[in-house]
Structures are given as C-alpha cells and as structure tokens.
Design a protein around this ligand. Structure first.
Ligand code: SF4
Length: 402
C-alpha cells in the first residue's frame, strides 16, 4: 500500500521556531476559533504561550460550540489478551517476558468469563489491549498460539473479539502496530481500533531515548498505520503521551500530525492526551511526571488544533485532582472506565467511581453520559462493517433508552 505521508510528518519544519517570528497568540486563537487549520509554528506558539487563561478559555469555548456541556465515558472491560511484547519502552510496566511469573496470555474461557461479568455490570466495550508482535520474539509464545490453533496474535485477537461480541460487548482493539491486512481482518469484529502515536519525534528512538528498544514506536510506522486505518475506514483512536522525553514543541507537532491524517480520511474519532506516571521497577522510575499545567496546555492546544468536532480525552485515573482543570481546558471525554478490571497499564491508578466523577462534572457545569467505543457520528455503513452494524445500532439504541 503506497504511503506518502511519513516523510512529511516526521520532520515538521522548526527552523522558524523563535519567539520573534511567532504571530501574537490572540491572532492564532482567532484563526483557530474561525476554523482555520493552524500551522506547526502556530501550534507550538499555543502550547508554549504565556497567557494560560487565554488559552484555556478559548479551548473551552471552542469545545462548547459543538460538544456543549456534555462529557462522555465508555464503560469497558479491559481484556489484556497477552502482556508479552517484543518492544521494551522504558516507561512500561505492562510488558513481560514469557519466563516472568506475571506473564500471561488469556485463554478463551477467560475472555468469555470476563466479558460476561463486565456486561452484567453494564459494560459495553471490550478493550483488547496487548503487547506488540510477541510471536516475533518468543518461541514459547509461538507454541501457545499453536496450542490455541492459530498462527498469529492477530488471528487470536480476532477470535477473542468474536467471543466478546457473543457476550454482548463491542470490541475495540489496541494491539500495537498492525498491517493493512491485519486491520482488515479485525474490522468486521471491531467497533473501532486504536494506536497511540505517542510522539512524532524520532529522537525518542535514539540511544538513551524511551523508545530505543521499541522498533514499533518508530513514528513513521505508526503514522503509516494511522494512514492505512483511514483507507480502511476504521473509526480510530489515537493520542499523545506526555513526559517520555519529548519537548513541548514536539507535543504540538504530534497534534498537527494527527490533525493532518484526520483531514485526509476523517477517521480519528478521538485524541487522547495521556500523562506518563512514574512507577518503581522501570528504567524511568525517577523521571519527572508532567504536571497538571503541562497537561492542560496540551489538552487546550489539542482542542484548538483539532477543532470543535474532535473528541479530546484524558484518562481521569491518571490525574484524579485535575478533573475541573481539564474540563476548563476543552476536554469532552474521559475514555474507558472499567468497573470490573483494573488499569493494567497503570495498575497503581484505580478508576474513579463513575458517580463521583459525575458529581464533579456536574459541579463544574457538565453532564456525564455513557457512550459506546464508537462515537455516534461513525455508526453507519460507511464506517462499520455490515456484519457488525446491527449489533452496534442495537447497542446505540439501548444506550438511548438506558
Ligand atoms: S508500552 Fe506497549 S509497546 Fe512499549 S513495551 Fe509496553 S506493551 Fe510493549
């Protein structure tokens, strides 16, 4: 499949990146509010601007124009199909080697059991979250796949999605970098799929960088997958990860890259602004976490770069003290919240109780609603496989009457 975007995306021009060449922030905000697509330098100027109040208020106003005061979340079951992964990101506690006592691959009966229990608790999303290409790295895992009667992780995920669907959940798969053919294979059993861009900077892949040992974190590979997901008409979730060694300018450029691929295909249904959380036992244990102001800047810049229609999300369990600030910064979604399963990627951070989150939203002037893992505007035969569409429409109808 031809791809002609990666070269442009990995090297946005920062040659003019000096305060002297930047237009005043007020005029950049006026252009964003008028729906004019911002340039890379303008996005950098926004995320680094001195007037935080101006930035946040503009982003909140732009959100209100389309989203109003409605914020959403997706009740989900987190199904970590396998925590084996061929990559080694220096901030990750999720991945394990096969010989680690905490390594696992979920068996079909576990997928069914967790899905059934989640559905009974009101969940609608089955988040299939797993490591990247473990069969490439581990002979033991290849044997596991063989014993399951499949040839690849993606083939197994396809089966897992079918099992979750049969239990009344709508799958959303995040299996790392997938090929065009792999995504095509999963499309009939997924309401949406996802891949965090994390960051567009190739610096992070260099010696000492967070992604030095993670070939699947090469930005061009990830942008290619985002491009191909658009060609396949898959409602898609992506986002950026703050605090892994990137600069604030690189955060802004990553948002521009996401905006540009979305302009070509219209498939990015939500953009997550996620913060790195330090944990013991990882190489980045002592790295500073991004503070709430950095997060608010990124959320507001995302809103102004991506526009009033985009769903902008931050995980509430990673910033439990900043709910009101993030709402002010233009966010309109809290992502998946799991009543049954923990956050396997950030196990130290419990999900908030939905009632408490709803109360805090209400006190800030917002109404909290449930949503599906695919947003309303994508529930049609252009974006959802015809085999799956009746189940998605039924779930949307159930949601309306709930
Ligand atoms: S963050 Fe994802 S790709 Fe990186 S090591 Fe962890 S599971 Fe693998």
């Amino acid at each position: 499949m031809a791809y002609n975007g990666a070269e442009n995306m990995s090297a946005p021009n920062l040659a003019l990146d000096s305060q002297a060449h930047r237009p005043p922030v007020r005029s950049i905000i006026d252009r964003a509010m008028a729906g004019v697509p911002l340039g890379a330098q303008e996005a950098v100027a926004l995320i680094e601007c001195d007037d935080l109040g101006l930035l946040l208020d503009a982003a909140g106003e732009l959100r209100d124009r389309v989203k109003g005061r409605d914020v959403t979340y997706s009740p989900k079951v987190f199904l970590p199909v396998t925590n084996l992964c061929r990559d080694r990101c220096t901030y990750c506690t999720f991945r394990k080697d096969p010989w680690d006592p905490e390594a696992w691959t979920m068996m079909p009966h576990e997928i069914i059991d967790w899905s059934r229990r989640g559905r009974a608790l009101g969940c609608r999303e089955a988040l299939m979250c797993l490591g990247d290409k473990p069969e490439v790295a581990f002979r033991e895992y290849r044997q596991t796949l063989q014993s399951l009667g499949v040839r690849s992780t993606i083939e197994y995920v396809q089966q897992a999605c079918a099992l979750a669907l049969a239990e009344g959940l709508l799958p959303h798969t995040n299996a790392g970098v997938m090929s065009y053919a792999e995504m095509g294979r999963l499309r009939p059993v997924n309401a949406s799929m996802g891949l965090m861009l994390e960051d567009i900077s190739t610096r992070l892949r260099k010696r000492g960088g967070a992604h030095q040992w993670a070939p699947d974190k090469e930005p061009a590979r990830r942008m290619r997958m985002l491009e191909e997901a658009g060609q396949l008409k898959i409602p898609f979730t992506s986002g950026i990860l703050l605090g892994i060694g990137e600069t604030s300018a690189e955060r802004a450029l990553s948002l521009i890259a996401l905006r540009d691929v979305h302009r070509r295909y219209g498939h990015i249904q939500e953009v997550i602004i996620q913060n790195f959380r330090a944990k013991p036992n990882i190489p980045m244990a002592d790295a500073p976490e991004p503070d709430q102001i950095e997060m608010a800047r990124a959320i507001a810049t995302a809103r102004l770069v991506l526009g009033s229609e985009m769903n902008v999300q931050a995980p509430p369990n990673l910033s439990p003290n900043d709910i009101e600030l993030f709402l002010r910064a233009g966010l309109n979604d809290w992502g998946g919240i799991a009543p049954l399963t923990r956050d396997y990627v950030n196990p130290e951070a419990p999900w908030p109780h939905v009632e408490q989150l709803g109360e805090r939203c209400a006190r800030a002037g917002f109404r909290l609603h449930q949503r599906l893992p695919v947003y309303r505007e994508y529930i049609n035969d252009e974006w959802i496989d015809p085999v799956l569409l009746p189940a998605v429409k039924q779930a949307a109808a159930d949601l309306k009457t709930a």
